[in-house]
Write a protein that binds this ligand. Structure first.
Ligand SMILES: NC(=O)c1ccc[n+]([C@@H]2O[C@H](COP(=O)([O-])OP(=O)(O)OC[C@H]3O[C@@H](n4cnc5c(N)ncnc54)[C@H](OP(=O)(O)O)[C@@H]3O)[C@@H](O)[C@H]2O)c1
Length: 330
């Protein structure tokens, strides 16, 4: 049995009222889990949805916060692929109410990898959700082809920054869209071929210019709302929009008549593990290999202290550039 601290949602509301630091105990992990001593945990917009009661996959409090975490394995069941002492990162068992903003966390074994050489704890902590989601969209649901034009909305955010990197690794020509000069520069520094500011630039005109009039083959959309509506005007014939999320508060507004007349497709993407554990583990190994080769890496933004989790969550309503990470053991 392991004892430590954990941030948990005890009621829905503002982060300062909703999240409470509690003392907990962790039993030995069940088959399909490993227990880690957490060093850092990945954060993002879903935290805000969880504390406010808008996260669709969780019911009423109490539940733990933190969807992904990196650390050392302290316990693994018989037959596990992992051993005590392995340095790993993965998706926490947050859907069973055990999160990653804690001294210990259960990781789902099929969604866990050994941390590739050279990856920091912060990069590792912010790797799983963003890249597994990007893989679901750009490989499993589409897949994107080398040379195609990929438009990434919210490109300096967690989901978007991972899609920029994976899109480049898969050979796409990547146009990033973000809401400030700092964020467009961030997207360019982290691999985008071009970056557009949706607050100051005419997206439709600039996309036509950058694609030589062809338009966009695939839109990766974690934002929705007006930005997505404007982006869809630039979809090429047979183009596709990947519906990832709704950080703006509303999903991409789909118009079936427009889809019919302009021949484009919308695909919903939820990064849930494959039914077959071996297939799922192979996906994670492919992502780990790309990271080990330096082709993808987490675009870390602000690193928060463990005590500042409520403040970190409040900031996700107007996030800084890059993946937010919570440092658990400084
Ligand atoms: N489908 C899946 O499996 C999956 C997996 C992970 C996340 N998601 C979803 O993807 C969405 C984005 O998550 P994320 O972690 O990437 O978020 P994030 O890091 O906070 O990035 C979201 C981006 O959206 C833009 N934005 C526009 N209006 C906003 C608003 N009112 N509040 C906050 N951001 C706003 C911001 O970009 P600009 O400032 O540049 O405009 C921001 O950088 C969420 O809805 C999340 O639930 C889905």
């Amino acid at each position: 049995m392991f004892t430590g601290r954990a941030w948990r949602v005890v009621r829905f509301g503002e982060p300062g009222q909703a999240a409470e630091l509690q003392e907990l105990t962790w039993d030995e992990p069940s088959p399909g889990q490993v227990l880690v001593r957490v060093r850092a945990a990945g954060a993002g917009f879903p935290d805000l949805m969880m504390v406010s009661g808008h996260f669709p996959l969780l019911g009423a409090p109490p539940f733990g916060l933190g969807e992904e975490a990196a650390g050392e394995v302290v316990a693994a069941p018989a037959g596990s692929r992992f051993r005590v002492g392995d340095r790993v990162t993965g998706i926490t068992d947050f859907l069973t109410r055990w999160g990653g903003y804690a001294d210990f966390a259960y990781l789902r074994e099929e969604s866990t990898i050994r941390i590739p050489e050279g990856m920091t704890d912060e990069q590792a902590a912010g790797f799983p959700i963003g890249f597994r989601t990007a893989y679901a969209g750009l490989v499993e649901r589409v897949p994107i082809e080398p040379g195609q034009h990929l438009l990434v909305l919210g490109a300096a955010g967690s989901a978007g920054a991972a899609a920029v990197q994976l899109g480049k690794a898969l050979g796409a020509r990547v146009i990033a869209v973000a809401g400030s000069a700092e964020k467009t520069e961030f997207a360019l520094r982290h691999g985008a071929d071009h970056a557009l500011n949706h607050r100051t630039e005419d997206l439709t005109a600039r996309i036509a210019e950058l694609t030589g009039g062809h338009g966009i083959d695939v839109i990766y959309d974690p934002v929705g709302g007006q930005t997505a509506a404007t982006a869809m005007e630039s979809l090429a014939r047979n183009g596709r929009i990947l519906l990832i999320g709704l950080a703006s508060g509303t999903p991409a507004p789909l118009d079936a008549t427009d889809m019919l007349m302009r021949n484009y497709t919308a695909l919903g993407v939820l990064a849930i593990p494959n039914d077959d554990a071996e297939t799922e583990a192979a996906i994670w190994e492919r992502l780990a290999t790309l990271a080990a080769k330096g082709e993808i890496t987490t675009s870390v933004g602000t690193v928060y202290d463990f005590d500042d989790v409520p403040h970190m969550i409040a900031q996700q309503g107007a996030p800084n550039a890059g993946k937010s990470v919570v440092s658990v053991t400084a």
